[in-house]
Design a protein around this ligand. Structure first.
Ligand code: FE
Ligand code: FE
Ligand code: ZN
Length: 276
């Protein structure tokens, strides 16, 4: 069965979003750990989390994915920004222990002129300080589009970060289809080649989740503008190949397309119909 969900807001608590996911035939979801612009995280109620866990077990949910705020930049040239990002990461990883065994995804960051190598070193050092041996979460680096000074638009950069992380069994990658297409990886015409390259450089065993988004733009544009499934540069046939690919089909897929709840329900139905 296809494991598919979508990004939603946890404003009404975890149990409420679990129920909403089930209503539209999703069996996973992604949520922001806090306001995407940063700031304090919402208090976690044990009863609410327990209700979600029960609901997930009863409804065959795959792992869920927590997304760090996109303002969290572990490799900014500004030390206050880096420190704020580190505190966010560290607090998020502690809080994830309420939902043990799930996934935490973040954008590696933007080096803001320091250079990729300095950026990578700063990301590695933050991860090694924030991760802890008892943690039950897998931390995922998201593949990026290469907008501005973003780190992580090349598989080699992600591999270098992973290489520096001490707790190797707790680090992986979330592949965003819009981002890698915008970064120049041709998943439309050469999906197998791209996955072979991922395997050679990073290792497919590190791939833990997929962000399923079409792109408003063209291959290699470095833009990062998500589009509805089948309505952008990637197109529906490519998505059919992606969700049915032998290396990918059992991973959890998360929609981050520009949609309201009805739009997500439609895309989930569409993709479930295409899943073999
Ligand atoms: Fe993201
Ligand atoms: Fe994404
Ligand atoms: Zn994006």
């Amino acid at each position: 069965m296809l494991n598919i969900g979508y990004h939603l807001s946890i404003s009404n608590g975890f149990e409420a979003i679990g129920k909403q996911a089930i209503e539209i035939n999703a069996n996973t979801f992604q949520f922001f750990t806090r306001n995407p612009r940063g700031g304090a995280a919402r208090k976690i109620e044990q009863a609410d989390v327990d209700a979600l866990k029960k609901l997930m077990a009863e409804n065959g949910f795959s792992q869920i994915l927590a997304h760090a705020p996109y303002t969290m930049n572990l490799c900014s040239a500004k030390s206050e920004t880096r420190e704020f990002a580190f505190n966010t990461l560290s607090d998020d990883l502690q809080r994830m222990e309420y939902l043990p065994g799930n996934l935490y995804n973040f954008h590696p960051g933007s080096h803001t002129g320091q250079g990729v190598e300095t950026g990578i070193e700063q990301i590695i050092s933050a991860l090694n300080k924030a991760m802890f041996p008892e943690m039950k979460t897998t931390v995922l680096l998201e593949t990026m589009a290469g907008k501005g000074t973003e780190v992580g638009s090349r598989f080699e950069e992600l591999a270098e970060i992973i290489d520096g992380v001490e707790l190797k069994d707790k680090i992986g990658v979330c592949l965003d289809t819009c981002h890698i297409f915008d970064a120049g990886y041709d998943i439309v015409n050469r999906l197998d080649d791209v996955l072979n390259e991922f395997d050679r450089v990073i290792g497919l065993e590190r791939l833990k989740a997929i962000h399923l988004n079409d792109s408003m733009n063209y291959l290699g544009c470095h833009k990062d503008r998500h589009q509805k499934i089948g309505e952008g540069g990637i197109g529906l046939e490519a998505f059919e190949r992606i969700i049915n690919n032998a290396h990918l089909k059992s991973l959890p897929f998360f929609l981050e397309t520009p949609n309201d709840i009805d739009g997500y329900a439609y895309e989930i139905r569409l993709l479930r119909d295409l899943a073999k």
